[in-house]
Structures are given as C-alpha cells and as structure tokens.
Design a protein around this ligand. Structure first.
Ligand code: ZN
Length: 195
C-alpha cells in the first residue's frame, strides 16, 4: 500500500511538471509571436527559422548543429539583402528572425527557397521556415504550407504524413531522436568528406 502511494505521488508530480512545461511553452510562444508582430509592423514581413526537435529537450547539441546548418544554408542561398537577423535561444530551442530588403518579386523567391531548402536539404525535414506578413486587415499571419504550394510534411521515420504520426503516436520520442541523430551523423560524415 505504501509503495502504491509513492507511485501515485510520483505520477502526480509528473503531471504537475508536464502542466508547468506546457504553460511555460504557451507563454514563450505568445511572447515570440508578439515579437514577430512587431517585426511585421516595422518591416511588413518576417521569416522565422526554427528546428523540429522531438521531446522536451529542445536545447540539445544535436538541435544546435541542425540550427546552425539551417542558418548557414538560408544565408548562403537567399540572394537578397538581409536587413535584420535576430537570434534567440529559448528553452524550446533556437530561433532566428530574418527581414529582407524586399522587391515585388522577392516574395515568390523567398517562398520557393523555403520550400526548396525544407524539401531538398539533407537535414531540411528538421527545419521549419515560416514566413509571416501583414495582411489586408493589418493582421500578422503566417503563410501556410498550402499557400506556399507545398505538400504537408512527411514523417522522417515512415512515409506517412507527419501530422498523422503525431496524432496516432506511431513513434516514441526515443525513436524519433535516434532517427534524427543518425541523419545528422550521416550529414557530418559527408561534410567531412568534402572538406
Ligand atoms: Zn511515421
């Protein structure tokens, strides 16, 4: 009986912890969105780069490595003047805001580039490139994958849609993390071969 009580207490502690984590996550996301809104008010647009990392540990060395590669590839391919590059490290990972010197045709270029990087870079499936802009009602909104003519994301373990796997809980966090580690290690090997 004593043992049972102990387990219950531990379980309860875990629930409280998860709840606190989710609350903190909501708060940090809200504050981040306010920052995005400010950038959009100032510049009319904002590109937000973040990394898809499974599980609660969003600040791992692995996540950072992917993040730095995402920043590097975006900067090297963008081809238009970057006005602002602001980087953040929150407990839910690394983020980078970009604003550009935009011409009329630049928006199409940015959209195409985001799709290209996410879909064709070896680590692209872990990158999240979200473009925000002010709409005709002066509201900040993100341009969805549908608006950018790209398919919904595929899971990086099986070939189902990522959303389906999340909903059906098809893979454990450990499996996802292992798949991610494997891919990053493979990428590192290639990069070293080229050097
Ligand atoms: Zn899957």
């Amino acid at each position: 009986m004593k043992k049972f009580k102990k387990i219950q207490k531990a379980e309860f502690g875990k629930i409280v912890e998860i709840h606190r984590y989710q609350e903190a996550l909501l708060e940090v996301r809200e504050r981040r969105f306010e920052k995005i809104q400010k950038k959009c008010e100032q510049f009319g647009h904002c590109l937000v780069l973040s990394i898809n990392i499974p599980g609660a540990n969003k600040r791992s060395a692995l996540g950072k490595r992917i993040y730095f590669e995402a920043v590097r590839i975006l900067r090297s391919k963008i081809g238009i003047k970057i006005i602002l590059q602001e980087e953040f490290e929150h407990f839910d990972g690394n983020f980078c805001f970009f604003t550009f010197h935009l011409y009329r045709e630049s928006l199409t270029r940015i959209k195409k580039l985001c799709i290209q990087i996410e879909e064709n870079h070896f680590l692209g499936r872990f990158f999240d490139l979200d473009y925000y802009m002010v709409d005709e009602f002066e509201k900040t909104r993100s341009i969805s994958r549908g608006n950018m003519n790209r398919e919904l994301r595929k899971c990086y373990i099986c070939s189902k849609m990522a959303k389906v796997c999340v909903k059906e809980k098809n893979h454990t966090e450990i499996e996802l993390y292992e798949a991610m580690t494997k891919r990053v290690n493979q990428f590192k090997k290639w990069v070293n071969l080229w050097r």
